[in-house]
Design a protein around this ligand. Structure first.
Ligand code: URA
Length: 434
């Protein structure tokens, strides 16, 4: 086979065979095909799309490009959760201990943030001593003892996706439904989950900008799950503003602790309880999502969810006293309020721009491998629909780099649109695909 023939076939809109896709992915993973040919192939997919059969073949080729984790020695149904990526989205920090406290084993592999979206591994590194890389033996041992283990995405899991994702990031080929679907599902299949709950974000702070596209992405991933016999459910959720109030690593840890203690932002709580309720149904710990929702709310109210979070931190060598004393988390030297120059109602918010502002403050990476400031970020002080007076704070910004304060403040003022009339509210949970 020749890569150029496969690129031509896709460019001209013909369907590729399973063999052609497998060969291409294998050859690219073993460095026999250069980036420039793969980039051309990705762009052809971006414009021509893929059939369901092609998307399934690409998913399996990437899933089997490295190790497949075997979790069979862990009793119970292992239910994984994955978000398509958002801003102020600390759901994994909250959901993992919450669902583990309800009796569903949580075996989670997470990634780092890139661009305007955050990553769970960076957030957990804000906890002093927390170990984000576990050996396979430690991962299994923690699961057996505590029902929860979380580790960074190993390079041995779906390495083809690792290479392709880095290439897509620099060739404007990220926002493609078959490419996102196969990227996410290949990692989920390789990480050994029995069942999968997906949080598909839609809005200006997500890869999918409208509901129609988000539902198509959700249907594609659920279809792949059916094809490989891993029951999958996708919840489509709104990302028209940061999900929680905190954007940035140490700030999101504090927000997660607040949520697990029964306080905090209602939208974040609602998304966590909705996703978690479906995880409990798939894990056969709840009969209905409503039953699951009630169980999870009770675990927050009776303190068991927070206790599991502390246990999880200790099990991974972190300092769990941060739960009661958050001054032990990284603290920024420069803290400033960004106040509104206008009066009216918050009618729109660019979640992506707020994510970029947090990145400029030091919370995220502008290039791969860059060191980040774990204390940096933004605490939003306003929500969509809220009435605002001139001079009222829109957000508080945190950084160790004083020179970034002015630029970030400007970005936040640009990101929050204020109008004389309030806009209609958009529902938080916009659809469920199963
Ligand atoms: N998350 C992933 O893992 N892959 C994508 O392509 C997009 C979001």
């Amino acid at each position: 086979m020749r890569a150029a023939d496969i690129i031509t076939k896709k460019r001209d809109g013909a369907e590729l065979s399973d063999n052609e896709i497998e060969w291409l992915i294998k050859s690219y993973t073993s460095n026999e095909i250069p980036d420039y040919q793969m980039a051309a192939w990705l762009m052809a997919i971006f414009f021509q799309g893929m059939t369901d059969q092609e998307t399934a073949a690409l998913t399996m080729a990437m899933a089997t490009s490295g190790d497949i984790v075997d979790l069979s020695q862990i009793p119970g149904i292992k239910v994984d959760k994955h978000s398509t990526g958002g801003v102020g989205d600390s759901t994994t920090l909250i959901l993992a201990p919450l669902v583990a406290a309800a009796g569903v084993p949580v075996a989670k592999m997470s990634g780092r943030g890139l661009g305007f979206t955050g990553g769970t591994i960076d957030k957990l590194e804000a906890i002093p001593g927390f170990k984000t890389t576990l050996s396979h033996r430690e991962f299994i041992a923690n699961l057996l003892t505590y029902n929860i283990a979380l580790t960074g995405q190993s390079a041995a899991i779906a390495p083809a996706d690792g290479k392709l994702y880095a290439l897509r990031d620099v060739t404007a080929t990220v926002e493609s439904i078959p490419l996102i679907a196969s990227s996410i599902m290949s990692k989920k299949i390789a990480s050994g989950a029995d069942k999968i709950v997906l949080d598909v974000k839609v809005g200006n702070g997500a890869f999918m900008k409208n509901k129609t596209e988000a539902i198509r992405l959700a249907e594609t991933m659920v279809g792949i799950g059916q094809f490989v016999d891993r029951e999958t459910i996708a919840i489509v959720t709104n990302m028209e503003q940061p999900l929680g109030m905190a954007v940035g690593n140490s700030l999101e840890i504090k927000e997660a602790i607040k949520l697990l203690s029964g306080q905090g932002e209602l939208a974040l709580r609602e998304v966590c309880l909705t996703l978690g309720s479906h995880m409990l149904v798939l894990g056969k710990k709840a009969l209905t999502p409503e039953d699951g929702y009630r169980q999870l709310a009770a675990l927050i109210d009776n303190g068991q969810a927070l206790a599991k979070f502390k246990e999880f931190i200790t099990a991974q060598s972190g300092d769990s006293t941060i739960v009661h004393d958050n001054t032990k988390l990284p603290q920024a030297r420069f803290i400033q309020e960004v106040s509104s120059l206008e009066q009216g109602y918050v009618t729109a918010m660019s979640a992506a721009q707020i994510g970029y502002a947090a990145m400029r403050l030091g919370a995220g990476r502008e290039f791969k491998g860059q060191a980040i400031d774990l204390s940096a970020g933004i605490l939003m002080q306003c929500r969509l629909g809220q009435a605002i007076r001139r001079g009222q704070p829109l957000a508080t910004i945190y950084t160790n780099d004083e020179s970034r304060l002015e630029e970030a403040g400007l970005m936040i003022r640009q990101a929050v649109r204020i109008n004389t009339q309030p806009a209609a509210a958009i529902p938080l949970v916009m659809g469920i695909v199963d």
